[in-house]
Design a protein around this ligand. Structure first.
Ligand code: ADP
Ligand code: MG
Ligand code: MG
Length: 905
């Protein structure tokens, strides 16, 4: 292993932004800023490799590493001109974690390390500010004890609350040096009682303890959960940043804060942030005091004093520095700063988390500003997040009504856009418990990393405390959940299990609440949702293009994506309506039209049942004759909607008993409608019963045993195409045979189909023809694809069935064990959601290769659910499919994912 420690700042800056994997995001960006000449307190970074080494070394710090740390520390003392543990002018440190990608709130930081009973007095003398010295010491004891010694935070909090009550003081800032001094003694008592040992006084022991704790924090339950949710590999490890302290808590010419270069909720280009005077580190995000706005415009109407007014010089420098950082990193920055006696220091910068809306707006604006090109912009947008743009919003009229009726409870901060409605859950556990029975909104005073699973289970999150950068806000935005935070009018009584707002009392676990994360409004009761702006423009035409900036941005992303991608994106649609919606979203054809869905509509099911009940071919043909015009009409509708675009129609696939009622009442009714006796129906149902219908009499097997069924379907397709052609509409049908295992099944079916088409052509004097192909969804078909390609003009991978048959997992039963498989890491993901590339994907790859070898240029597509999963789409691009197909609302996501796949290569 190479060098384990890299210095940053001062006169020796060894890192840079390009060393992210080795130094972690925080460490490499601190070095990058220092390299740009931006004031950063100097320090050093232990590499992420050292985290892995720590674990392989039996959770011990290696001697070589310790030596490197000591050398770096010596350098740091020289640069800062003070000594670690010195009784005159002591050096104090922060110890901070930092993985490759930021894991907000997942790892803990220790500030003011190096303080003890002696150095605190030295700090008192050096700063001339006893209150500051003792405030810092008590912070250090609290943080160190919590992070390193595992003493519960609440014990210190309670002690502090008792002291405040005794002293009649409200704010932390009201406490004097003497008050803090007494608290320090009390805190040390707590540590002794809880750990059986005195609080460590030896600074080096403190430092080793904190470094170890950062490495340990990589494997806390909450860090592991976060990694799983965000697909961060366990072996990346975290770096440790040891940095000299700067102090925002030395007096009223000091402060600390966080800022964004653009609005993380909307993406609007405005400098934005929160700060506190005379405070340190986490105070701003912890919600202990209400943070103040950074800019004058942000402060307008709040009665709060902005940094711009309070410290104009520091503000100017901060603003300029942030703009510079944004230009440098070419992306919206989320920064932390501290002002020590009027001097500004930057403590962190990173590409800021943002909502889907903001992400899109920022990407487009940066292109317009000439900072990045459109390809870079596309790569930056999370394809899945487009679904948020299409997510429903509340009906404004209904909101008005609720407002008039006095159900608007309060307004908080609009921290994560989108509309959420659900029953109230007061704890994360309650949310998880309630979620299976319907939508839940998690209502908390504030959230903490322990609440992650509950947040996942909820539709939205509402907090009483905390700003736009609070844990709830950051995490909710990352998850794409609607979030309203800092709704301070809300009181939560956990013992009674109620939420109180003014005169309203809502019961947790029972009453409904609705939050609008775009406006911050909180309503009592249920609200129904309303289609997104994009839908309003594209689907129901209620909104004009020029009236929706959101839509215009969406359209731009789609235009760029269409330019960049190679694969076509089709949709799975069975009705003219779905086809039209998908086409509006940019679908370039239908990849899967399931004909069985048409069999359920209206009176059709009667004819279908007659067909199934018929005891002979003649009877079946009679019933099928009734179905023919209906099926033909369906196809005419779809061909019309897709005018000029390909429509891939799959012949009847499910087992016939799915069309029969299984309960007695249903069977009675059916017997009456069709005019047979109940016994006949019962016998037929019993006959059709299958032990394993998924692998039973279905797919092409139906057409082989009852050719008249597929003949009717093929005739309907041919006649529909000819009928619409007469009206000037261009139908481009493709006929797909499901569930082929051997080429002979396809050959047999094709003979029947071609014969029926020949008959239609003879009757009409036409020359209709269309491509015929098959689904590849049985492993045998995948590995004999060269043979099958002799008969098939195209393949469409039915990856749902291929996953089911390839794994031997019944899709309908997998719910009982798949979550455990994923939890225990036997599988990375649910293979029905994201393609198992190693196994099922390999079947797809082999099939493509063999198919092409026998029929060069064979058309290849996918029509399983995976066609709308961005990671699977990237895979399909790589194996060279011609198109993916997915549900109408996933079309934009698949389009962007296809573009990203093309840009990746
Ligand atoms: P997180 O990843 O949770 O944000 P950080 O390591 O960034 O944790 O630090 C937590 C807080 O402590 C931040 O507000 C940061 O600005 C502050 N902080 C960290 N290091 C220092 C330092 N050397 N001097 C002053 N404040 C610091
Ligand atoms: Mg931070
Ligand atoms: Mg199938």
């Amino acid at each position: 292993m190479g060098k384990g420690v890299y210095t940053f700042g001062g006169n020796r800056n060894e890192g840079s932004a390009s060393m992210r994997n080795l130094l972690g995001g925080k460490g490499c960006n601190l070095a990058e800023m220092a390299g740009l000449g931006i004031p950063v307190p100097p320090g050093f970074t232990l590499t992420t490799e050292q985290c892995g080494a720590y674990y392989t070394n039996g959770r011990q710090l290696a001697e070589e590493l310790k030596a490197e740390v000591l050398a770096a520390l010596k350098w740091l003392e020289g640069v800062r001109g003070c000594g670690f543990g010195a009784t005159e002018n002591p050096l104090l440190l922060s110890v901070r974690s930092g993985a490759r990608v930021s894991m907000p709130g997942m790892m803990d930081t220790v500030l003011n390390l190096g303080l003890n009973d002696q150095t605190v007095q030295a700090l008192e003398r050096a700063s001339g500010n006893p209150r500051f010295a003792w405030d810092s010491y008590r912070r250090f004891i609290t943080m160190y004890s919590n992070v390193v010694l595992n003493v519960e935070h609440a014990l210190f909090e309670a002690e502090l609350e008792r002291a405040k009550e005794r002293l009649g003081k409200h704010q932390d800032t009201d406490l004097s040096a003497e008050d803090w001094k007494k608290l320090v003694s009390a805190f040390k008592e707590i540590v002794l009682e809880e750990t059986g040992k005195a609080f460590p006084q030896e600074p080096m022991e403190q430092l080793w303890g904190a470094i170890r704790a950062v490495f340990e924090s990589w494997n806390t339950a909450r860090a592991i959960t976060y990694r799983r949710l965000n697909r961060i590999p366990d072996d990346w490890g975290t770096g440790v940043n040891v940095q000299s302290m700067v102090f925002g808590n030395m007096g009223d010419d000091c402060g600390t804060g966080v800022a964004f270069t653009r609005d993380p909720a909307t993406g609007e280009r405005l400098f934005y942030g929160e700060y506190l005077i005379n405070a340190q580190g986490e105070d701003v995000v912890a919600g202990i005091r209400t943070p103040q706005p950074i800019t004058r415009s942000q402060a307008e109407g709040t009665g709060l004093k902005s940094l711009e007014e309070a410290m104009p010089d520091s503000f100017k420098e901060l603003d300029a520095t942030c703009q510079r950082l944004e230009q440098h990193f070419k992306d919206m920055q989320d920064i932390e700063f501290t002002i020590e006696r009027g001097k500004l220091f930057l403590l962190q910068t990173r590409n800021g988390k943002r909502t889907a809306m903001a992400g899109i707006r920022i990407a487009i604006d940066l292109v317009d500003e000439g900072l990045i090109d459109s390809k870079t912009a596309l790569k930056r947008i999370d394809a899945d997040s487009l679904s948020q743009l299409l997510a429903p919003v509340f009906d404004p009229k209904e909101k008005d009504r609720l407002r008039k009726e006095g159900h608007l409870l309060t307004k908080g901060l609009n921290a994560g856009p989108g509309a959420a409605t659900g029953r109230i859950a007061l704890t994360a556990e309650q949310a998880e418990k309630m979620a299976p029975e319907g939508p839940v909104v998690l209502v908390r005073v504030e959230t903490s990393p322990e609440d992650i699973s509950g947040m996942v289970a909820s539709q939205g999150i509402l907090t009483a405390r905390g700003g736009m950068t609070s844990h709830a806000a950051v995490v909710a935005r990352g998850m794409g959940k609607p979030c309203v935070c800092g709704a301070s009018a809300i009181q939560i009584d956990l013992t009674r299990g109620i939420v109180k707002v003014g005169d309203h009392e809502l019961k947790g676990g029972q009453d409904w609440i609705s939050i609008d994360g775009s406006t911050g409004e909180v309503f009592a009761g249920k609200l129904s949702a309303h289609p997104s702006e994009v839908n309003q423009v594209l689907v129901d035409g209620r909104l004009k293009v020029e009236d929706s900036e959101l839509y215009q941005r969406f359209a731009k992303i789609m235009r760029w994506s269409h330019e960049a991608k190679r694969m076509k994106v089709r949709t799975n649609a069975d009705t003219p309506h779905d086809a039209a919606v998908a086409r509006a979203f940019g679908a370039e054809g239908i990849g899967l039209c399931r004909t069985e869905h048409m069999f359920f509509e209206g009176d059709r099911i009667i004819a279908v049942r007659e067909m199934i009940l018929a005891s002979d071919t003649e009877g079946r043909k009679k019933a099928l004759a009734k179905l023919l015009p209906m099926q033909r009409e369906d196809f005419e509708g779809i061909f019309t909607a897709m005018n000029g675009l390909p429509v891939n129609i799959r012949l009847l696939d499910p087992p016939l008993h799915e069309f029969l009622p299984q309960d007695e009442a249903g069977q009675k009714e059916m017997a009456e409608v069709i005019g047979v006796d109940l016994g006949t129906v019962e016998r037929r149902v019993a006959q059709l019963h299958e032990f394993n219908p998924m692998m039973g009499h279905r797919g092409c097997r139906l057409g082989i045993t009852f050719p008249e069924i597929i003949r009717m379907q093929v005739r309907a397709i041919a006649e529909a195409a000819l009928n619409v052609a007469a009206k000037g509409i261009k139908a481009v049908p493709e006929i797909m045979v499901p569930l082929i295992g051997t080429v002979r099944e396809l050959a047999y079916t094709k003979t029947e189909m071609l014969d029926e088409i020949a008959q239609v052509n003879k009757e009409r004097g036409t020359q209709f023809a269309c491509p015929m192909g098959t689904m590849i969804e049985i492993p045998r078909a995948a590995i004999t694809s060269d043979k099958i390609a002799a008969e098939a003009e195209f393949f469409s991978f039915g990856t749902n069935d291929l996953t089911q048959m390839g794994f031997g997992f019944s899709r309908d039963d997998a719910g009982t064990f798949l979550p455990e498989y994923v939890g225990k890491k036997i599988l990375e993901d649910d293979p029905f959601q994201s393609l198992d590339q190693e196994g099922i994907g390999e079947l797809v790859r082999i099939s493509c290769e063999k198919g092409r070898s026998a029929r060069p240029g064979i058309k290849l597509g996918v029509c399983g659910e995976h066609g709308g999963d961005p990671r699977s789409v990237v895979f399909f691009h790589k194996v060279g499919l011609d198109y993916v197909s997915c549900s109408p609302y996933r079309v934009p996501i698949a389009t962007l994912a296809a573009a990203q796949a093309a840009l990746e290569q």
